[in-house]
Design a protein around this ligand. Structure first.
Ligand SMILES: NC(=O)c1ccc[n+]([C@@H]2O[C@H](COP(=O)([O-])OP(=O)(O)OC[C@H]3O[C@@H](n4cnc5c(N)ncnc54)[C@H](O)[C@@H]3O)[C@@H](O)[C@H]2O)c1
Ligand SMILES: O=c1ccn([C@@H]2O[C@H](COP(=O)(O)OP(=O)(O)O[C@H]3O[C@H](CO)[C@@H](O)[C@H](O)[C@H]3O)[C@@H](O)[C@H]2O)c(=O)[nH]1
Length: 328
């Protein structure tokens, strides 16, 4: 019996794979390596280099490895890119997820965990935002993920199929044991970009917009440590296997930090200054979004252990130094 991790060579997926191995699970990864890296995976894990929409390959993997659960990370993830090229986001995130879900149903895989996102809420009116808040995505990325949640809901109503959709807030940091981290080339995520600047990979960074209706004029987000997020997925897997009901749950810490506050934290932890320029607003950015994760705590028994911005930043910086040595 194995867990199929799609997008397992990517940032969050590779943490999940290490977590599953730590928990004694059998794992198989399907990843087309568009943004992921084979070296992010433990040597003993089978990597099938394929697209999630290749149903022949997926269904062969499900049969051969006796897959009982799919954890679906594969997708396209950059909010402004989705504004510029919406159809590629609807293809990779929505259409190809449909194909994967169909393969799961055909292959008799009853347990499915999906990477959803805070972007399904848009700029929340109520912060911290509960799962019951209005779903008003402000980017094609958010809409592409919401459509997949709806497909999962309808598929679960019609088939022997159960799902958990975890709506992640801003995922950051690296495996505390430094076996993997965020290695994405040309990354756009704030803590990654600031860590690259702090370690000399970039000459400077920009703050996208200082005229938002927030205390310091920059956008506010809820930054969650990737290892706590992997832990939430493992709890979700155990719960589904025990017959748990379908679930949609936020994963964040309930604390909002502005872009300026995050940059200050990176400067504080690294111990020196770096150049930060003020730029214009970025397309598709929500103003402020912070999680109410009570449901993940009560339904999954999730207890965050790394909910500290400086710890997140220090792990991100440590990984950046490792990447420098790898020439990545
Ligand atoms: N990083 C965040 O802050 C964040 C927040 C909310 C949700 N998410 C979701 O988490 C998931 C993982 O994000 P990540 O940050 O690890 O991104 P990532 O780009 O590092 O990982 C995505 C992986 O999926 C693979 N992939 C993409 N399309 C594929 C396809 N069609 N077939 C096979 N493989 C494919 C890529 O090669 C890559 O390894 C995504 O679904 C993303 O939307 C991420
Ligand atoms: O160089 C940079 C990078 C980012 N930002 C700002 O920092 C904030 C956070 O941006 P980023 O780290 O790119 O995350 P989001 O755009 O909030 O989106 C992330 O978080 C979402 C969940 O909230 C996920 O769904 C997405 O996949 C993931 O990209 C935003 O206000 C950006 O404008 C900057 O000012 N400068």
């Amino acid at each position: 019996m194995a867990v199929l991790v799609t997008g397992g060579a990517g940032y969050i997926g590779s943490h999940m794979v290490w977590k599953l191995l730590d928990e004694g699970e059998e794992v198989v990864v399907v990843d087309r390596l568009s943004t992921g890296f084979d070296w992010a995976l433990p040597a003993e894990v089978e990597l099938v280099v394929a697209d999630i929409a290749d149903q022949e390959v997926i269904e062969e993997v499900i049969r051969r490895r006796k897959v009982d659960a799919i954890v679906h990370f594969a997708g396209s993830i950059i909010v402004p890119e989705s504004v510029a090229d919406p159809l590629s986001y609807y293809l990779n995130n929505t259409v190809k997820s449909r194909s994967l879900i169909e393969s799961a149903v055909r292959g008799g895989v009853e347990n499915f965990i999906f990477s959803s996102t805070a972007a399904v809420y848009g700029s929340a009116e109520q912060n911290p935002v509960p799962e019951t808040a209005p779903l008003l995505p402000e980017s094609p990325y958010g809409t592409s993920k919401l459509m997949t949640e709806l497909m999962l809901r309808d598929t679960a109503a019609a088939h022997d199929f159960h799902f958990t959709a975890l709506r992640y807030f801003n995922v950051s940091g690296a495996d505390p044991k430094m076996r993997t981290g965020q290695s994405t080339k040309g990354a756009t995520h704030l803590i990654k970009v600031a860590s690259e600047t702090a370690t000399g990979k970039r000459p400077y960074m920009e703050v996208y917009g200082t005229d938002y209706p927030t205390p310091d004029g920059t956008c506010v987000r809820d930054y969650i440590h990737v290892w706590d997020l992997a832990g939430a997925h493992h709890l979700a897997l155990k719960r589904l296997r025990q017959g748990g009901e379908n679930l949609i749950a936020n994963c964040g810490y309930g604390i909002g930090y502005s872009v300026n506050e995050v940059i200050e934290a990176v400067k504080r932890v690294v111990g020196h200054d770096f150049e930060v320029r003020v730029g214009g607003r970025r397309a598709g950015d929500a103003v402020s979004i912070v999680a109410n994760s009570d449901r993940a705590k009560s339904e999954l028994g999730w207890v965050p252990e790394l909910d500290n911005l400086d710890k997140i930043v220090s792990h991100a910086l440590e990984w950046e130094e490792i990447l420098k040595r790898k020439n990545n």
